[in-house]
Design a protein around this ligand. Structure first.
Ligand code: ME8
Length: 520
């Protein structure tokens, strides 16, 4: 059995989920659906990161004990992802006792192996990042992501002997060219490793300064550093479903995230896994930032867009389409209302929506919905079929390479051809003469096949739309990606398709100003 394990970061609960988190979720959900369509068993883990300075400070700001605050905030994420229709196999909260026990077990194991020692330390700590920054990482004395100076912290703490594992980590990334994608992030990590500037990792906080964390099993005066705790969620999420689930899925782990947390994932995490005697994850998949204007969308900067508002106004598939079509995976992309409206109207309302409604309404008008035999084979027919055969080949290939924008581009090239085929063959004109009806029936049958292939290829990108299309066609989804078009085989003789329904209403910002997505 082929398997595919995909994770997203477990998000800090210092504010509500925003568009950036939603993008990572859409990518993970799309990949899981794609691998399922290709016959793999899949598992998706996400969750919330609930310990540490940042959350303790936020809870205090709200006048709540941290656990009360966490119990209020974590469900906002869980509910949002459920409302968006993402298929999450395990939502991990780091305050879950099953997770806490595993973190303590792992800490003890590393301690018993002699990889944890006690020492004094002074460093520059950014609470936004929840990690110590090196002088080199600062820009004008500030954290480049959080735009504020880190705090000088000096105290006695426990350290993970990470330096012992760095050569093996370096070797691993040198030997496995696809372990970090896109490749320039692998180069960044290799440069970090080659610089020799990475020391051991401070993995504790004295309770006298921070109580909100998992207690160290070997010293009750301390709690565990939040990143050491959080990364283990990728293992605890599987183990919550049993050791067999862990063993089956772990070697296929794909961790999806933005570039902000590359270092913990590419340096801390593989070192921890090596120290624990566990196999390394399969790949890190690193995407860029969604920005508004110049700034990265972030909870601390407050320039965020609420995914559930977007979903309520435009539907989840509209949002999925925009996010996947507009961002080249690995690069930054900018969110602006005009681009959103232009893209959605051109591609979804016009390109796909119009085709569906034209084809289904002609099928009703001329044949009461009854599908006619697929006769004849003109150059235009062959052209159309070739365009969709190419889409069937290219879309999965681009998806596999995480070039979702290219995959959708390839499918829309075929849809453009289908719209052009309608204009060129003009079935609405032919139908004026009853003699032409067999040809009109054959043209429409071909167009219904275009819709069938489109619904198959949209099943991992726009699952709701794909389902709606199958239901309009009166057919079940095949549930997998077929190896060839199979046109002429999908509609049994006498089969009726449904009357058209609007898949994507046009967005008119001038008529309905309130419909525009607004920053909070
Ligand atoms: O870092 N554009 O949590 P976090 C694209 N708890 N993606 C964005 C984004 C943006 N503007 N803003 C956030 C943490 N993201 C830790 C993770 S994992 C063991 C612990 C997404 O709430 C993106 O996936 O700050 C990014 O890596 C993540 O949210 C950071 O989430």
């Amino acid at each position: 059995m082929k398997r595919f394990y995909v994770t997203t970061p477990i998000y800090y609960i210092n504010a509500e989920p925003h568009l950036g988190h939603t993008y990572t979720m859409v990518v993970a959900d799309t990949l899981a659906r794609f691998h399922r369509a290709r016959g793999s068993e899949t598992f998706l883990v996400t969750g919330t990161d609930e310990h540490g300075d940042k959350i303790a400070a936020m809870a205090a700001e709200h006048g709540e004990p941290p656990k009360v605050y966490a119990d209020r905030m974590s469900p906002l994420f869980q509910q949002a992802w459920q409302d968006c229709g993402f298929v999450v196999d395990q939502f991990v909260r780091t305050t879950d006792p099953r997770h806490e026990r595993l973190v303590q077990e792992f800490l003890q194991r590393v301690y018993d192996n002699g990889d944890i020692y006690f020492s004094r330390y002074a460093g520059l700590y950014c609470t936004g990042c929840e990690r110590f920054l090196t002088e080199k990482e600062l820009v004008g004395g500030n954290c480049p992501d959080h735009k504020r100076p880190p705090e000088l912290i000096e105290e006695e703490n426990y350290f993970f002997r990470m330096t012992r594992y760095l050569p093996a980590v370096q070797q691993h990334f040198e030997a496995h060219a696809d372990a970090i994608f896109p490749d320039h992030y692998r180069n960044e990590v290799l440069a970090m490793l080659a610089s020799g500037g990475i020391g051991d990792l401070c993995i504790s906080r004295p309770k006298s300064r921070l109580e909100w964390g998992i207690e160290l099993p070997f010293d009750r005066r301390y709690v565990c550093y939040v990143w050491f705790d959080a990364l283990i969620s990728y293992v605890s999420g599987l183990k919550m479903h049993g050791e067999d689930t862990f063993r089956a899925f772990w070697p296929t782990a794909h961790h999806v995230m933005a570039k902000d947390i590359l270092k913990p994932h590419a340096i801390f995490w593989p070192s921890m896994l090596l120290a624990l005697g566990l196999p390394l994850f399969r790949r890190l998949l690193i995407h860029g930032y969604w920005v508004r204007g110049e700034a990265k969308m972030s909870k601390s900067l407050g320039n965020v867009i609420r995914p559930l508002d977007m979903k309520r106004q435009f539907g989840i598939d509209t949002l999925r389409y925009f996010l996947l079509r507009e961002m080249a995976f690995g690069q930054d992309a900018s969110f602006n209302e005009d681009a959103f409206v232009a893209r959605v109207n051109a591609d979804l309302a016009n390109g796909l929506g119009n085709l569906v409604s034209r084809v289904l309404s002609m099928q009703q008008r001329y044949f009461a919905g009854c599908v006619q035999p697929l006769e004849g084979d003109t150059p235009a027919d062959r052209d159309l079929q070739a365009a969709f055969a190419q889409a069937l080949e290219e879309v999965p290939q681009w998806t596999e390479q995480l070039a979702f924008h290219r995959a959708l581009e390839a499918l829309w090239r075929a849809l453009d051809r289908a719209n052009k085929y309608v204009v060129d063959t003009a079935p609405f004109t032919l139908a004026r003469n009853a003699q032409n009806l067999p040809r009109v029936g054959a043209i429409l049958h071909r167009l219904l096949e275009c819709l069938y292939t489109t619904a198959v290829l949209l099943s991992w990108f726009l699952p709701e739309t794909s389902q709606k299309m199958f239901s309009l066609l009166g057919l079940d989804s095949p549930g997998h990606v077929p190896s060839n078009l199979g046109w002429g085989e999908h509609f049994p003789p006498g089969h009726r398709v449904r009357p058209p329904a609007t898949l994507f209403p046009r967005i008119d910002l001038h008529r309905d100003e309130a419909a525009a997505p607004r920053p909070r």
